[in-house]
Ligand binder design. Structure first.
Ligand code: SF4
Length: 218
């Protein structure tokens, strides 16, 4: 397991690799961002960005969902995984936001999770981007990276989420979500992680094992 100082060094390096990037999802209004995040589960941001312009041309705010039928929405998102459920969740979330929250996405981790299709990961990503809230949304990338480095030893993203909530400081949570996601997406990839060019290799359990097997001194 890593010490607080080691974690601090590791996160600083990762944050340095991806400065000034908040999200790769394209949107203009908070509700459009919520839609994009719901669509992005098990789908690439690139794929989401391809289909959202047609939706966003008709939907800016939660009230706009009343102008579009669930079936119509289902058709518009049919190229992404789990599109039926995602269309249903988006439509119901719009309806609930209007009915219970005055059309405003609640800045509260528990209240936002009462929206259909919004689990803890989605909630943390949305609050982090829209309200600069101190959360790390643990997706499969973040879960994999944390285990490879040796910051956690966990079996599921949910377990990783609970541990990181305690391990990371407020300041670390404020800056590290997007760099970590991008680091997992482009550097510490699921297959063939790019360890030879990784700036934290000597601090990473998986990377160090590779160095040892290559016969390099560490
Ligand atoms: S050294 Fe390799 S396994 Fe470790 S964080 Fe870097 S890319 Fe991932």
């Amino acid at each position: 397991m890593k010490t607080k100082i080691q974690i601090s060094h590791i996160l600083t390096e990762i944050a340095r690799m991806y400065p000034d990037i908040r999200t790769e999802l394209q949107y203009e209004t908070p509700f459009q961002f919520l839609i994009a995040v719901i669509l992005s589960a098990q789908t690439t941001d690139k794929q989401v960005n391809k289909i959202t312009p047609a939706i966003f041309a008709r939907v800016r705010e939660p009230e706009d969902m009343a102008k579009i039928s669930p079936k119509e929405l289902e058709k518009m998102v049919s190229s992404v995984n789990f599109y039926r459920n995602k269309a249903k969740f988006i439509w119901q979330s719009g309806e609930k936001l209007v009915r219970e929250f005055g059309g405003i996405i609640p800045n509260d981790l528990w209240k936002i999770q009462t929206l259909p299709g919004v689990g803890v990961k989605t909630a943390k990503v949305v609050l982090g981007v829209l309200y600069d809230a101190p959360y790390v949304g643990v997706d499969t990338h973040v879960h994999r990276v944390m285990n490879r480095i040796g910051i956690v030893r966990t079996k599921s993203p949910e377990e990783t989420d609970k541990i990181l909530e305690k391990k990371f400081t407020y300041e670390q949570k404020m800056i590290i979500h997007h760099p970590l996601v991008l680091f997992g997406r482009y550097q510490c990839t699921a297959r063939n992680p790019k360890c030879s060019t990784c700036p934290i290799r000597e601090m990473c359990d998986y990377g160090r094992r590779g160095l040892i097997s290559e016969g390099k001194s560490i």
